[in-house]
Design a protein around this ligand. Structure first.
Ligand code: ZN
Length: 648
């Protein structure tokens, strides 16, 4: 594998024109990025102030004042810059680029002589690195590095890259095993994967080494955090942290011994993403196995069908195997972004399509559910079952919101969703020297180099409404042999392959059809995937879902909403012997494929008033309309349910 590693498609060479995805991607350019710019400049009426840009001005000496906002407030600017960079890959919007350049000037001015960069610690004068457990300095550094790498790749401008290289050089002097250096690691992982990105673009192996150091030393006994002031003397920035055990941030034992995914989900999947990066760079087989173990534990024991993770709101964390309550879960949007990042990296390591199945599940369900079609309202928490009246009255649900929230001051999820949408091309294609992988079915075109010639590929599809995927292949020079690898998702039972109109039989290997041939200009590959509506059941160890089904089409999970089906959705019982009927709703999100289901439901008109009694409920015939989970709550507040009772 060494020498012919798989990499993302270069975003500059992927153009998406897809009727389903464009409406979300356009939101990023047209609404989210300008809105976020106003937010971080405190110009949005009615929104909590961010102070983010102001903090940079103060740290840079342009303005007097105190630091305001969270310790990690700088990341708002970093995440905005990163999403702007991804957007500039497609279109050099002058206004956005100018705003980004100005922000970079401010950031550069706020950098200390020695390379340190963090407005909270610079302005307050608090001791640097004194609280790795909760100070978020390395986390903030990580987001700044990611922004700089993306901005350099999009624009060729080095200013921010130079800033973060100076910062990273300084980090290499501060952290490490040598006497006099800090032997610690971040409380919130993020800098590890960022340092790998910085290494890849600069070639400076010190950065890779530092990322590896952070991962290698994490959880060594005795745990570094136990000797910090916050844990030792109870001086916490975040009071709730005093109740968290070390597994909250995956430092309870050396990472290489951890067999299960534990703790805060976003921290976990950012960390595992870095582990996968390191396994890739060092071609470290045992680390690959370790990543597989953790990924399997998540996906086969601890993940919701919607591609979200975090069964508990307390600690926003993993709990135990098969513990997947549908209404009290946390399922943070950011954690789903992280799961997609981790899974995409696992695909790069192994070329196994099962990892892309999860990327796709995460993107089509929880990621999109997080965002409203006005681009200004978001879900942070993503339950699979909501009864608004109960959510409002029962404090167990205080983390759950019954409508998407206007983007407020502390906001990790909205920019994370934005950067994922803006970089979607990274997930659609991947390539090595002679193979182009087509991972996702999103109408688009891509340019790449295969077997020494430029190749353009155009993908046409209307997925997953239809399973037909047409790929037109155009090599600049003919007579070169290369491979097109087309993913066959695990849920597609069988697929029909035609090359230039002729049916061919190729057996998939680990979820991909490998089509190796001498390609000629105008060659056309058609793959007919089999994506009917299907009912999916849980492993019966998930007690919350016993006797229940969920409806899926391809990667898309469906749900019932009150607006279509009335209330008491728990009383709906689906007759799964009846095939779901397709129903196209022209109104819902500018056009959405829905489904009609048959079944019965409790007749509440015939239920008495007494709380308890011996009578059985009376059922009546009913039909139901199911809509994609990602579309829920776009027509006002109401009940929603993913797992529906199944008729015996
Ligand atoms: Zn978040």
């Amino acid at each position: 594998m060494e020498g012919n590693k798989l990499t993302d498609a270069n975003l500059k060479h992927v153009a998406i024109q897809d009727s389903f995805w464009d409406k979300y991607i356009d939101l990023v350019d047209e609404v989210i990025l300008p809105f976020q710019w106003d937010l971080i400049n405190d110009r949005v009426e009615g929104a909590e102030k961010s102070y983010c840009i102001r903090n940079f001005r103060i740290a840079g000496g342009e303005e007097a004042g105190e630091h305001k906002g969270m310790v990690f407030q700088d990341t708002d600017a970093a995440k905005w810059l990163e999403a702007v960079a991804f957007s500039l890959n497609k279109n050099r919007n002058q206004k956005l680029e100018k705003a980004a350049d100005q922000t970079i000037d401010l950031i550069a001015a706020a950098q200390c002589e020695d390379g340190y960069l963090n407005t909270y610690y610079t302005i307050t004068g608090n001791k640097r690195w004194s609280d790795l457990f909760e100070g978020h300095e390395l986390y903030t550094a990580g987001h700044m590095i990611e922004a700089a790498v993306a901005y350099y790749q999009a624009t060729g401008k080095r200013k921010l890259l130079d800033v973060v290289c100076k910062f990273a050089d300084y980090l290499c002097l501060v952290f490490g095993p040598e006497e006099g250096k800090i032997h610690g690691y971040p409380g919130h992982p993020e800098v590890e994967l960022a340092l790998v990105k910085l290494y890849r673009i600069t070639g400076n192996r010190n950065y890779l080494w530092l990322a590896d150091y952070f991962v290698r030393t994490r959880g060594e006994n005795p745990c570094y955090f136990l000797n910090e002031d916050c844990i030792k003397n109870g001086n916490y920035i975040f009071p709730e942290f005093k109740d968290f055990d070390l597994d909250y941030n995956q430092s309870h034992m050396p990472l290489r011994q951890q067999q299960t995914a534990e703790g805060h989900c976003v921290r976990a999947v950012y960390l595992y993403s870095a582990m996968a990066d390191l396994a890739y760079e060092y071609q470290d087989e045992s680390l690959i196995r370790q990543c597989e173990t953790l990924w399997d534990n998540i996906v086969n024991r601890r993940m919701y069908i919607t591609g979200s993770i975090g069964s508990a709101s307390y600690g926003e964390r993993f709990t135990g195997d098969y513990d997947l309550p549908n209404d009290t879960n946390y399922s943070e949007s950011c954690a789903t972004v992280g799961l997609a990042m981790f899974s995409n990296r696992m695909f790069h390591l192994t070329r196994d399509g099962k990892y892309m199945d999860i990327v796709e599940k995460a993107l089509y369900n929880t990621l999109l559910a997080g965002i409203a079609m006005d681009g200004k309202h978001f879900f942070y928490v993503n339950p699979l079952e909501v009864v608004p009246d109960t959510v409002k009255k029962n404090p167990t649900y205080r983390h759950v919101k019954t409508t998407r929230q206007l983007w407020f001051g502390v906001a990790c999820c909205p920019p994370n969703i934005a950067r994922t949408l803006a970089s979607l091309g990274n997930y659609i294609y991947a390539s090595d020297k002679n193979t182009l992988y087509v991972n996702l079915f999103i109408q688009s075109s891509a340019e790449c180099q295969l077997s020494g010639t430029g190749v353009s590929v155009r993908q046409e599809c209307d997925y997953p409404a239809s399973g037909t995927v047409t790929l037109s292949v155009n090599p600049q020079e003919e007579g070169r042999e290369f491979t097109l690898a087309v993913r066959i998702p695990s849920y597609s039972r069988g697929a029909v392959l035609k090359i230039n109109g002729r049916e061919e039989t190729v057996q998939p290997e680990k979820g991909y059809l490998y089509l190796k041939r001498m390609w000629e200009k105008g060659d056309v590959v058609v793959v007919e995937l089999n994506v009917p509506f299907r009912y999916v059941r849980s492993n019966p160890r998930v007690r919350h879902n016993i006797g229940k089904v969920s409806l899926m089409k391809g990667p898309v999970v469906y749900c019932l909403e009150e607006v279509d089906n009335g209330n008491y959705l728990s009383a709906a019982v689906i007759d799964t012997r009846v095939e779901p009927e397709e129903e196209y709703d022209h109104e819902l999100l500018k056009g959405t494929l829905c489904a009609r289901l048959k079944g019965v439901r409790i007749d509440y008109g015939k239920a008495g008033d007494s709380l308890y009694g011996e009578e059985k409920p009376v059922y009546k015939e009913a039909d139901f309309k199911a809509v994609p989970y990602s579309c829920w709550n776009n027509r006002g507040e109401g009940e929603m349910i993913v797992w529906m009772r199944e008729k015996e």
